[in-house]
Design a protein around this ligand. Sequence first.
Ligand code: AMP
Length: 436
Amino acid sequence: MGFDFLGLSEDLLSVVERSGYTKPTPIQAKAIPSILQGRDILGIAQTGTGKTAGFTLPMIDILSQGRARARMPRSLILEPTRELATQVSESFETYGAKSKLSMALLIGGVAFKDQEQKLDRGVDVLIATPGRLMDHMERGKVMLSGVEILVVDEADRMLDMGFIPDVEKICKAMPQKIQSLFFSATMPGEIKRLTDQFLKDPKEITVDAPASTAQTITQRLCKIKGGEKEKRAALRQLLKSEDVKNAIIFCNRKTVVKVVKKSLSVHGYNVGELHGDMPQSLRTETLASFKNGDIQLLVASDVAARGLDIPDVSHIFNFEIPNNPEDYVHRIGRTGRAGRSGNSFTLTSPSEKKSLGFLLKFLGKDIPLHQMQGQEDKHQKAPAKPEVNKQDSRHKNKRDSSPIIKRDKGQKPKEQSIFGQSDHVPAFLLRDEPKK
Ligand code: AMP
């Protein structure tokens, strides 16, 4: 089935066609007609499923009728992180190219004044992180009484980040008669309580994680004898031995992000950092440089783990086992996107035995070991070489000396218009949250 049967306007269909999408993803096929009919939605879907277009496209059509009034946005989209909020605003810009809808982005780290000026002019679409929206509400700069559509995106991430009390206050400030769309990758009790309270006879849509993503990621575990210093050496060894085009290196704490970044730059790598302590302008700039290939390695906290859509990341390195096992799935999901093959290496030292056990229990399977030089364990058998997509020339030749191949500035990664939605979904992606 193509997009033409979903009830979208001609203008939007032409924008969709220009985006190169020929077929709606399962969540788009299920959600778009219901949203256009005015129904509440409870979408159990994670990023990578196409859910952003699933709610932005029908919203653009619905909001095309009517006008915005000063300080009274007509729709509100809540996102857990500034990066995700920015990404959704970019989608609105792309898909709304033919509409006259006005939009404002309320995120921390950006001057209040500019945001207030936009609100004063009246906006059809307000995209916000909960904290910054609450600040504006408390200053009397934004009133939610004119909201017709509310989207709460990545609700379980909001929960992880402690935003649920704010989200609840925001939901309570909404008028009675609104259309609410909630999206969450999992449904922990707190989110269920929220959706039971605020959704009216929602259409429930559950879509599988994008199987192509998980299937195309080769995962390896590297057991490192020692602590952080030895891990940094092991990381450099991997950067040399693997065919790394670009990579995100995830660390659990900002302090570790800074140390790893510094150490890699001292060793001559082209590296940036991304964590929550940085000013927003720098976060945006760094991400843009990584996306366009000016920076090859990005050392990041989990602020970059969820949702970020960077189409062509060849490697993910987990410098540490994530504190929350679910974050492992999100972190490695930054590679192997859009049907490409990707690689993840997770470094672990003896002190992380407990969190490793927790992660493997969550995954329900072992991560194959990658035997590193100098880390041999006579009791362990090295696994066979990672299986990689043979058609992907990136993985054919292992380089020896120079750590990173710099992509020519003008050389764009090859885009694929459709990402696979095959039937097989690895069991670990479908399992309920582990009991804590
Ligand atoms: P999302 O889950 O919203 O973050 O979307 C993941 C990726 O899928 C983004 O890069 C979108 O541009 C892409 N995408 C969304 N809808 C489609 C579609 N119907 N066909 C192909 N790609 C899509």
